[in-house]
Design a protein around this ligand. Structure first.
Ligand code: ATP
Ligand code: MG
Length: 238
């Protein structure tokens, strides 16, 4: 046992303990507590890194009142109870309406709550499953992805999705069905996924995805365009 966090904090804690004449049991308790807190924080840091988040955006930069998602819905999703119930989340709406930001912020809350998250775009998921196919490790790769409590597939429908993408998406949604939460973002409502990917696979995937899914629609104009037009998209050069 290397107890790195305990050792780091020990000099200060022992000095305080001596000065304030702590009970020895209290000293041990505080030292062990330091180690536990340090390890938990390290685990969360590691999980945040392996989740592969796209931007690092959280609720600290989210303006809930500017989103078209009802605040009550936002708050209910923030409790993460839907993840504990292994339910899914599908956020659909036009470009720039905060779909990815909102889902990433939720995913960060999940990490803080000691859950595991894996973030993909449909493109990176397809590449990951494609690579696994080449070395015969698809089942292992899908099992590893579904070892997470929340699997996010962002940006469905941005690029045309062929057989490979539809198959990768199906494999993960099928493996996660009633076992893990899947969150997707798309410009399309999931019922329209068959217009961008092969119909049979799309139907089977959407059937599983929607069975226990919260459907959230984002409306309105693009935040990107609004910020750009307000001159807030860049730092002034001079
Ligand atoms: N309610 C909000 N509060 C703060 N920032 C927001 C909000 N909604 C959107 N944004 C910002 O607007 C930009 C676009 O949001 P985001 O990337 O989440 O859009 P999107 O719906 O995923 O778009 P796309 O379909 O093009 O991927 C981001 O910089 C995001 O941080
Ligand atoms: Mg997005």
């Amino acid at each position: 046992m290397r107890l790195p966090y305990l050792r780091k904090a020990a000099p200060d804690i022992l000095a305080t303990a001596r000065a304030q004449r702590w009970d020895p049991a209290e000293v041990v308790r505080v030292l062990l507590q330091e180690e536990v807190v340090g390890r938990d924080a390290a685990t969360r840091r590691m999980r945040r890194k392996t989740a592969n988040f796209p931007t690092g955006k959280t609720f600290s930069s989210w303006r809930s009142e500017e989103s078209s998602i009802p605040v009550a819905t936002q708050n209910a999703l923030m409790t993460l109870e839907w993840i504990h119930r292994r339910e899914n989340l599908a956020v659909s709406g036009a470009s720039g309406t905060g779909k990815s930001h909102f889902v990433e912020a939720l995913a960060h809350v999940a990490i803080e709550a000691d859950l595991r998250v894996s973030w993909f775009t449909l493109e990176t998921l397809t590449a990951t499953i494609g690579k696994a196919k080449a070395d015969g490790s698809v089942a292992r790769t899908v099992a590893k992805i579904c070892g997470c409590d929340l699997v996010v597939v962002d940006d469905i429908g941005m690029l045309p999705a062929g057989q490979d993408a539809a198959e990768a998406f199906y494999r993960v949604v099928d493996a996660a069905y009633e076992r893990r939460s899947v969150a997707v973002t798309s410009n399309l409502h999931p019922s329209g996924f068959d217009s961008i990917m092969p119909k049979t696979l799309a139907t089977a995937t959407v059937d599983r995805l929607l069975h226990h899914s919260h459907l959230v629609a984002t409306k309105g104009d693009s935040h990107r365009l609004a910020e750009a037009l307000a001159g807030k998209g860049v730092q002034p050069l001079v």
